[in-house]
Design a protein around this ligand. Structure first.
Ligand code: ARG
Length: 445
């Protein structure tokens, strides 16, 4: 390898090189922009403590800005023989600016460099996930309000149980997302702490100003203890993955419902034919593959925390190369979840609802509890009312009264969608993404 940062007076075995680099060069491309931002903050701080000249800082920052622009255009490449993104950025600076480029690594290790890259990448991606969740949430609330008066059967044990409504069904998944958003927020807050300055995991003898890099990068605070900062590798990814898995769990369940309700035996919802897929042999098929794939991809995403946990299982304190492998499952997961969220919002928007399900008498028994409650409201003890209606059903004499009155909070007649929206708004207002956005804008000014 031509440009190893740790090159000395011997050549590393080629097989060892191939195996230790693995897929890292490809995965590090996700981190290129953030590696540049981290370096900008680091060298600004190095200048403030006298380890770089003002003029050197100016030139280095200008060149880093160019590299950022290259990465933003998707044109950043890790050249053949270069080990990772960190080495590539340093190489580009050195090629352009000579010895000045070699000064930027004072007080830093690739261990805290990759940590800060991952944090900057993750908080950015979490914002995109949050935005995509909100779009799906709004779509679900809209559908819930639109169909608030359309009844459907509710099931327990997959047996017809009680009256439900499309308003309730859509709204339930909206409220699910409002809860998932709390996990995303916790994940964001844990991510938004600065590990830079922990170096290899034990700090540095240079008088690093970590408060300064924390502010420059718009982190809420730092991971104070340098040993803990390094221990956060893997833990941050796992916790973020838990939040993503929570969202994915909501999506997977919703997708299963949609597949089931779309089946001819239910016929509660339908997709416009251009949103279905066909069969090579059965000419009549209109398959809901979109929901099936959302379900499978979301189920896969739910395994992410476990995958990460097992990769880093039982590692003691300190850096290990094992941690590199987490990138393979973690970095691509954001695009996968975003894609599912965007497609879910798209397809929910297109979904058509059957407003005449209850014309079919097979669903009549779902009104049995309404009848029991009516008798009980008129003074009959509940247990006697239950028995009376039960015997009517057994004798085939039950006549449903479909005029139902559910009025309490969260029920068919009182969905409380405005309250669910307030929960969501409250959580969203506590993210403070503007801190991150302003800091990054300032660094790139
Ligand atoms: N590619 C490495 C990783 O993802 C970067 C850090 C390398 N540090 C080291 N001590 N070898 O972990």
């Amino acid at each position: 390898m031509a440009h190893k940062l740790w090159e000395k007076n011997f050549e590393v075995n080629k097989e060892i090189e191939r195996f230790t680099v693995g897929r890292d060069r490809e995965l590090d491309l996700y981190l290129a922009k953030y590696d540049v931002l981290g370096s900008m903050a680091h060298i600004t701080m190095l200048e403030s403590i006298g380890l770089l000249e003002k003029d050197e800082l100016t030139q280095l920052l200008a060149e880093l800005k160019n590299i950022y622009a290259i990465a933003e255009k998707g044109e950043f490449v890790i050249e053949d023989g270069v080990e990772d993104v960190h080495s590539q950025v340093e190489l580009m600076l050195t090629q352009k600016l000579g010895d000045m480029g070699k000064k930027i690594h004072s007080g830093r290790s690739r261990n805290d460099q990759v940590l800060v890259d991952l944090k900057l990448f993750t908080r950015h991606e979490l914002k995109e996930i949050v935005d995509a969740v909100k779009i799906l949430f709004d779509e679900l609330i809209q559908k819930s309000n639109q169909y608030k008066n359309v009844l459907m059967p509710g099931y327990t044990h997959l047996q017809v149980a009680m009256p439900s409504s499309f308003g309730l069904w859509f709204g339930a998944y909206a409220e699910g997302l409002a809860d998932d958003m709390l996990f995303l927020q916790a994940a964001y807050r844990m991510t938004n702490r600065n590990p830079l300055g922990s170096a290899a995991g034990y700090g540095s003898s240079f008088p690093l100003n970590r408060t300064m890099t924390t502010e420059l990068l718009g982190f809420d605070s730092m991971d104070y203890n340098v040993v803990y900062a390094q221990m956060g590798r893997g833990k941050m990814e796992r916790n973020v993955a838990f939040a993503m898995a929570s969202v994915a769990g909501t999506l997977a369940k919703m997708a299963f419902d949609a597949c089931m309700f779309n089946c001819q035996n239910f016929g509660f919802v339908k997709l416009p034919k251009e949103c279905t897929t066909g069969s090579s042999i059965m000419p009549h098929k209109k398959n809901p593959d979109v929901f099936e794939l959302i379900r499978a991809k979301s189920n896969k995403l739910q395994s992410l925390p476990q995958q990460i946990m097992l990769i880093m299982n039982n590692l003691p304190v300190g850096y290990f190369r094992d941690l590199q492998i987490i990138k393979e499952v973690f970095l691509p997961a954001f695009d996968e979840l975003k894609d599912c969220l965007q497609m879910a919002a798209y397809i929910i928007n297109k979904m058509e609802v059957n407003e005449h399900i209850l014309d079919d008498s097979r669903y009549d028994p779902m009104f049995s509890v309404e009848e029991v409650n009516q008798l009980a409201a008129n003074g009959m003890p509940f247990r006697d009312a239950y028995k009376t209606v039960g015997l009517e059903i057994e004798a085939g004499e039950f006549k449903p009264n479909k005029d139902i009155h559910h009025t309490h909070e969260g029920s068919i007649g009182n969905l409380c969608n405005d309250k669910i929206q307030s929960l969501m708004e409250q959580t969203l207002s506590e993210f403070h993404f503007e801190r991150m956005e302003n800091a990054e804008k300032n660094l790139l000014k």
